[in-house]
Design a protein around this ligand. Structure first.
Ligand SMILES: NC(=O)c1ccc[n+]([C@@H]2O[C@H](COP(=O)([O-])OP(=O)(O)OC[C@H]3O[C@@H](n4cnc5c(N)ncnc54)[C@H](OP(=O)(O)O)[C@@H]3O)[C@@H](O)[C@H]2O)c1
Length: 258
C-alpha cells in the first residue's frame, strides 16, 4: 500500500479522493485546499459522504509542514496550473514524487517542471485517464494503416469549460507525423491540406468526450473515448501513483499505459 497526498479538493479532487478512499492499494494521508474557510480542519471522509479515516482537510499554506508530518509517498495534483509551480519546490525538498494532473502549462513552465525531475519522480499527466492514452495508442495504429486519411478531432465538454481541450491538442500532436502537418480549427472554410482539425463542442454537463475521425474517400473510422464520471481521473491517478512510486525522472502517461 502506498501513501498518497492530494493537492486540490475541487470538482475533480473530491471525486479523486472518493476513489482513493475505496481503493485498498492506497492510503490517502493528506488533502489540501487553497482558500481558508469553514471546511479547513474538517474530516475529509464525511465531506464526501464516506466513513472517516482520520484525514483532515489542510490548507495549502501549511503544505510543507503537513507533508513532513504525514509523509506521503506520492502527491497527486488537481489544484490548477498556478499551484504546481508554487508547491513543486516543497515537494522536491520533502523528497516526495508527484503526479501532475493540472493542465495549461506553457513550454517555459514545463521546462522548469522537468528540472525538478532530476531529484524526484514526476509524471506529467494532462490526460490522466488510461482510456485516453489507449485511444491515443490505437489512433497511431490507424494512422500507420491509413497515412493519407483526413483527421478531425471533436472534443465535447460541459458549457462552463473555456479554451480548447488540452487532451485534444495532445491527441493531435501525437498524430502529427511530420512538421508539415498543421493543427487547425476551421469554422467556415474548407479543410486545408495536411491539417488535423479540432472541433470544439460545449453543452450541458458533459465531463469529457474525445472523438478521432479518420476519413478516406469511401470509408471512415471513428474512435471515441468518453469520461462518464470524474472518478475515472481518480483511477488513472492511482495507477500513475503506483507506477511512479520509488522512481526518479520525468515521465508521461504514455510511459504508464503502454
Ligand atoms: N489531467 C487530467 O486528466 C485532468 C482531469 C480533470 C481535471 N484536470 C485539471 O485539474 C485541475 C482542477 O480542476 P477542477 O475542475 O477540480 O478545479 P476546481 O473545482 O476549481 O478545484 C481547484 C482546487 O484547487 C485549489 N486551488 C485553487 N487555486 C490554488 C492555488 N493557487 N494553489 C493551490 N490550490 C489551489 C482549490 O482550492 P479551494 O477548494 O480552497 O478553492 C480547489 O480545491 C484543472 O487544472 C483541470 O484542468 C485534469
Amino acid at each position: 500500500m502506498i501513501k498518497i497526498g492530494l493537492l486540490g479538493f475541487g470538482k475533480t479532487g473530491k471525486e479523486v479522493a472518493g476513489e482513493m478512499f475505496i481503493d485498498e492499494s492506497v492510503r490517502l494521508v493528506c488533502v489540501f485546499k487553497y482558500h481558508d474557510n469553514y471546511l479547513v480542519g474538517e474530516e475529509v471522509g464525511p465531506l464526501i459522504g464516506l466513513e472517516s479515516n482520520g484525514v483532515r482537510l489542510s490548507l495549502c499554506k501549511d503544505y510543507e509542514d503537513v507533508l513532513g508530518k504525514t509523509k506521503p509517498d506520492v502527491i497527486v495534483d488537481f489544484a490548477g496550473k498556478r499551484s504546481v509551480m508554487h508547491y513543486l519546490d516543497a515537494t522536491a525538498r520533502c523528497g516526495v514524487n508527484i503526479v501532475i494532473c493540472s493542465t495549461g502549462y506553457d513550454e517555459a513552465q514545463l521546462a522548469m517542471i522537468k528540472k525538478y525531475a532530476e531529484d524526484i519522480g514526476i509524471i506529467w499527466a494532462p490526460n490522466i485517464t488510461d482510456g485516453i492514452n489507449i485511444l491515443s495508442n490505437i489512433s497511431q495504429v490507424v494512422k500507420t494503416q491509413w497515412p493519407d486519411a483526413d483527421i478531425s478531432i471533436v472534443e465535447t465538454h460541459n458549457s462552463e469549460k473555456s479554451g480548447i481541450s488540452g487532451t485534444a491538442l495532445k491527441l493531435a500532436e501525437n498524430l502529427k507525423d511530420t512538421e508539415h502537418v498543421k493543427i487547425g480549427r476551421r469554422i467556415d472554410s474548407a479543410r486545408e491540406e495536411n491539417e488535423i482539425v479540432i472541433h470544439k463542442v460545449r453543452l450541458g454537463g458533459i465531463i469529457g468526450r474525445h472523438e478521432i475521425i479518420f476519413g478516406n474517400p469511401y470509408q471512415t473510422i471513428t474512435l471515441t473515448h468518453n469520461s462518464i464520471s470524474r472518478r475515472a481521473f481518480g483511477r488513472g491517478a492511482i495507477r500513475a501513483a503506483h507506477w511512479i512510486y520509488g522512481k526518479k525522472g520525468f515521465y508521461t502517461m504514455a510511459d504508464v499505459v503502454q
